[in-house]
Design a protein around this ligand. Structure first.
Ligand SMILES: [Zn+2]
Ligand SMILES: [Zn+2]
Length: 686
């Protein structure tokens, strides 16, 4: 068991600085080269994501490792006469003024060494090939050969007269003064036209022979635009215009779909993968959606500083910080291990669980490539894993039944807690810090309420460090993913339940019905939002890693910023909004009001896409999709509104947004870069 845990941690650790969704490890690409970002800003190509903004700076930009710097360095060295290594590996010597003492029929010896030196230096300070050529050409007068040699095989085309500072000199002297080759001399002569002008250097100014034409390029762009994209609700402030592609895609997968598209639909030759990739990176601001828990911003930031900061002090400081962070990460694992042991020793009193949402299950799940271009129905799976028995309870619903906000998560937790035997008094929960789902006022209120109204006397809710959640749920999810690869008959959400049920006898599947999702209106009416601690200091949600809800703390709770029990917990303010006289609390009141009154409508575009998939689905399931409630019109992209479902739906969304805003407000001042708290899994189609 523990060995497996190590394995998970290992793989996650190595994944911190590489994109786990990038299957190919192309060493030719440097992620996020800062140069590139600047360059990308000058790119005027319009991308789809820029609906509202005129200009989009692709955030994700990769670049060939043989960067401009090397090339430019070489060029500068060549122009200034310095030593350098040519592209073919040949070492080119430094240019220097060559002494040349000789006697000739010209006046070469009239030019002193001192003046020659000056000429040499001036020549190399020009730092431009064209200017140098121009200068050399100005010294040369070209004329027709005086005495054509009748016996020569190739006729001399012209003769030259070289003048340096008004003095005619011989060619050898001229070459030695500037230390140029005979070849360059020839080129200068060639470029010198009869009218006295010199041609400019054409090198590097031609369009490359293999340049891909605009039509082909546009085909690549068209193809990338064919994939459905999503906007993240909560990460907009951080990521601006970034849009997300479904998590089961990666560039390589898209490229393979592109090749098929070229061959089968367009009948055109495909471009190379590297080209496709460069268009993807430079023309679009797209990311592959991945669960918030997959990346740790702290690790990323510190590793970046350690590797790239020029300041040694910052490096050392970052190293220390990273070590502290890693120790924290380790400490969660240890604390969890201890809790697990505690649960094992007290099976009649204690339950130790962790819970997490699986990444969305696209429905229908078909083998046709068409699904990648179409929006699919989402099926959600919340796994509540019992650390002692190893049983995973899977709560499954699709997006017409409920969303995946805190009330939905809370409702699944209630359902789980209601099945606990009455002798269980203590519940220890582990989850990640996702603000929209697990760490928010709704869950806090729920737990405050449950320790008053159920047999549970104490609930602990402990959080993993953002980006480092080592949950047994992940192992269950991995088994489902494995089974998914062989799945042939996932046409409607119910088929997912069946698949999961058959994957392991340790999986218990609970199909969530709409009435199972409860409205927290009642809780909101009796419990106020927890905002401050006992000393009236605002709660710093982001820093809290451990909540304790006890029966003796009526509508308040304890919290800690560390998981170490040595440090004393802090008391929250009382959050009771009960009228005077304290009416008797009953869980029934919470259970009787459901969150939604009708099936939720899906977006029209999604419904239309689903209908397009019907030819791949057995007819018995067609009704399910054809009768699915959906919006009447394609929603306007510019209104950032939520689906106009029932009124209840809207209030719920509002409540969630508020929680979110609070979390954001309270954490704004903190320098900590962990945006996981405000990042939600909830990403919306547009
Ligand atoms: Zn001479
Ligand atoms: Zn980390």
């Amino acid at each position: 068991m523990d060995e497996n845990e190590e394995n998970i941690s290992d793989s996650e650790d190595t994944a911190t600085d590489t994109d786990p969704y990038e299957t190919d490890e192309d060493s030719e690409y440097l992620p996020n080269s800062p140069n590139r970002i600047v360059e990308a800003g000058t790119d005027d190509t319009e991308s789809e994501t820029s609906n509202n903004e005129e200009h989009v700076t692709p955030r994700k930009a990769r670049k060939r490792k043989r960067n401009e710097n090397q090339k430019q360095k070489r060029k500068r060295a060549r122009l200034t006469g310095q030593q350098y290594v040519a592209l073919n590996g040949k070492e080119i010597r430094k240019r220097e003024l060559k002494p040349y003492n000789h006697r000739c029929r010209y006046g070469c010896d009239k030019i002193e060494e001192e003046r020659r030196k000056l000429l040499f230096e001036k020549f190399y300070s020009l730092q431009s090939y064209d200017l140098q050529t121009q200068y050399l050409a100005s010294c040369i007068t070209k004329s027709a050969p005086k005495r054509p040699n009748r016996n020569a095989v190739s006729q001399k085309q012209f003769t030259t007269i070289i003048t340096l500072m008004g003095t005619r000199v011989c060619k050898k002297f001229f070459l030695k003064t500037f230390d140029i080759t005979n070849r360059r001399f020839g080129i200068v002569c060639q470029k010198k036209n009869a009218d006295g002008f010199t041609d400019t250097d054409k090198r590097g100014h031609h369009a490359p022979k293999n340049k891909i034409d605009a039509v082909t390029r546009n085909n690549v762009i068209t193809h990338i635009k064919m994939f459905p994209r999503y906007k993240s609700h909560y990460s907009q402030s951080q990521n601006g215009n970034t849009s997300y592609l479904p998590e089961d895609l990666c560039i390589r997968k898209m490229y393979s779909l592109y090749k098929i598209w070229c061959n089968e639909t367009k009948n055109i030759p495909p471009v190379k993968e590297s080209y496709y990739r460069s268009v993807f990176c430079n023309e679009f601001n797209l990311k592959f959606h991945k669960p918030h828990s997959d990346t740790c911003h702290t690790c990323d930031r510190l590793n970046n500083l350690i590797n790239n900061s020029p300041d040694e002090n910052i490096k050392t400081q970052s190293k220390a910080e990273l070590e502290l962070h890693q120790r924290k990460v380790e400490s969660v694992k240890n604390v969890k291990k201890l809790d697990k042991e505690y649960g094992r020793q007290n099976p009649d009193k204690v339950r130790v669980i962790c819970f997490d949402l699986q990444k969305t299950l696209p429905t229908p799940f078909l083998s046709t490539n068409k699904v990648f271009y179409l929006r699919q129905l989402w099926t959600y799976n919340l796994c509540i894993h019992d650390l002692v028995t190893g049983i995973s309870s899977m709560y499954i619903w699709d997006e017409t039944i409920g969303q995946r906000g805190s009330q939905e998560i809370g409702s699944c937790l209630i359902k789980y807690i209601m099945t606990l035997p009455p002798n269980i008094e203590e519940l220890i929960c582990y989850s990640d810090q996702c603000g929209g789902q697990n760490k928010n006022k709704n869950i806090t209120k729920l737990f405050m309420f449950l320790v008053q109204t159920t047999s549970l006397k104490i609930i602990h809710h402990k959080f993993f460090e953002s980006g480092h959640s080592y949950m047994e749920c992940d192992r269950s999810f991995a088994r489902i993913e494995k089974a998914k690869k062989k799945a042939l008959n996932i046409f409607i959400p119910k088929n997912w339940s069946e698949l999961i049920r058959n994957t392991s006898n340790k999986f218990q599947v609970i199909d969530m019905k709409q009435e199972d999702f409860l409205s927290f209106d009642y809780l909101n009416s009796i419990i106020t939002d927890p905002k401050k601690d006992m000393e009236k200091k605002p709660l710093k949600w982001r820093q809290i890693v451990w909540f304790t809800y006890r029966n003796e703390d009526f509508f308040c709770f304890l919290f800690n910023q560390t998981r170490n029990p040595i440090f004393p917990s802090i008391h929250s303010q009382k959050c009771s909004a009960l009228p005077v006289g304290r009416p008797k609390l009953s869980i029934k009141k919470l259970l009787e009001k459901s969150l939604y009154s009708t099936t939720l409508k899906i977006k029209k575009a999604k419904w239309e896409n689903l209908i397009q998939l019907l030819p791949y689905i057995p007819p018995i399931y067609h009704d399910f999709y054809q009768k699915m409630p959906h919006e009447a019109k394609v929603s306007n992209k510019k209104t950032k509104g939520k689906p106009s479902g029932s009124k209840k739906n809207e209030t719920q969304n509002k409540a969630e947004k508020e929680t979110q805003n609070e979390t954001e407000e309270e954490t704004q001042n903190e320098t900590d870069q962990e945006d996981d708290v405000v990042l939600s899994d909830d990403y919306e189609e547009y």
